[in-house]
Write a protein that binds this ligand. Structure first.
Ligand SMILES: [Zn+2]
Length: 331
């Protein structure tokens, strides 16, 4: 298959594949993370498949323990491709734990992104406690017994009640530990990633982070159903200096199965990007689940979909190469 693929590539110049060259994915989930049997690739496989497509760099985004160790090991084994680690302030690292952040920033090549709570955020837990959370009950239905058990173990850890979630806002105000971490992140000059926050929380967080001097605020998939920010709200957040990260996996049919929600329409994403302005947008994949294309392919299809939806090549170039490179200080 590989040879056939190469033959086809030689014959035609494809915009999607050309734009994939030099692309950077700031949001990929790899194995090992928490023991999820549904990761499509481990860190090595992910990095090498991206390099093969001519991509430039990736951030491994963890749900559990920091990915800085894995990123360091993969970096040792690969040339002409950069792998970056990150820390996500879910319960597993003690939630808002400044010491864990400081460690991640110096482990291996150092974390290049610090994400506030994602699957352990109060907002996330509230969203999924309202309706069904089909991860275990539904998603594991088709899995063979041993996979099912591993899967359940993993998701028992991240399927939590709102009262057990990591508190970032107390009585509507950003807690002091969050501010302390914001300062550490700014000092380290790495990405300050919002987790799965409500839109009200995102505004407050961004405003305070700005007062502290943040320059690298990234809001992950603000249009994903769990976040559901309106275009007006996204525009305002961009005007406040935040980067809005649109992710391909939200458009995948996997959303029906793993999260019980309707996939996003890429045409809508194109409308958001045009209105917000590409200078404030990033295209990532949030891929790595086995039921979506592997991250490199996921990035290619995302590029192709947005080209079809009317986004221009030079605009894609800004969102997949220039903006992420700026955030990683690799210009
Ligand atoms: Zn993700």
């Amino acid at each position: 298959m590989k040879e056939v693929d190469n033959l086809i590539r030689k014959k035609e110049s494809r915009k999607d594949r050309n734009l994939l060259k030099g692309a950077i994915d700031l949001h990929v989930h790899i194995d090992p993370d928490i023991q999820t049997p549904h990761r499509s690739q481990n860190g090595f496989e992910c990095a090498f498949s991206m390099k093969e497509e001519g991509m430039r760099a990736v951030i491994f985004k963890p749900l559990g323990l920091p990915s800085t160790g894995m990123a360091y090991m993969v970096n040792l084994s690969i040339d002409d491709f950069l792998v970056f680690g990150a820390i996500t302030l879910n319960r597993c690292v003690g939630g808002l734990n400044p010491i864990a952040v400081k460690h991640a920033l110096v482990q291996g090549n150092g974390a290049k992104a610090v994400w506030f709570p994602t699957s352990d955020s109060v907002h996330h837990a509230k969203f999924f406690s309202k309706g069904s959370y089909p991860f275990v009950e539904g998603y594991s239905k088709g899995l063979v017994k041993d996979r099912k058990e591993v899967f359940k173990k993993a998701y028992d850890l991240i399927r939590i009640k709102p009262e057990d979630a990591v508190v970032v806002f107390k009585n509507g105000n950003l807690v002091d530990k969050a501010k302390e971490i914001i300062d550490i992140v700014i000092e380290a000059d790495v990405i300050l990633g919002l987790g799965h926050m409500s839109v009200g929380e995102a505004f407050q967080f961004t405003e305070i982070a700005n007062l502290h001097g943040a320059k690298k605020i990234v809001i992950p998939h603000p249009n994903w159903k769990v976040m559901d920010y309106s275009l007006k709200e996204m525009k305002k957040l961009a005007e406040m200096g935040a980067f809005l990260e649109f992710c391909s996996s939200g458009c995948e049919p996997q959303q029906y199965v793993s999260h019980g929600i309707t996939p996003l329409d890429p045409n809508d994403i194109a409308v958001y990007i045009k209105n917000i302005g590409v200078e404030h947008c990033i295209m990532s994949t949030d891929s790595g689940m086995f039921s979506v294309p592997i991250p490199a392919e996921s990035m290619r299809t995302f590029i192709a979909l947005l080209l079809d939806a009317g986004i221009k090549e030079d605009e894609i170039d800004i969102m997949v190469r220039k903006n992420p490179a700026k955030l990683l200080n690799i210009n």
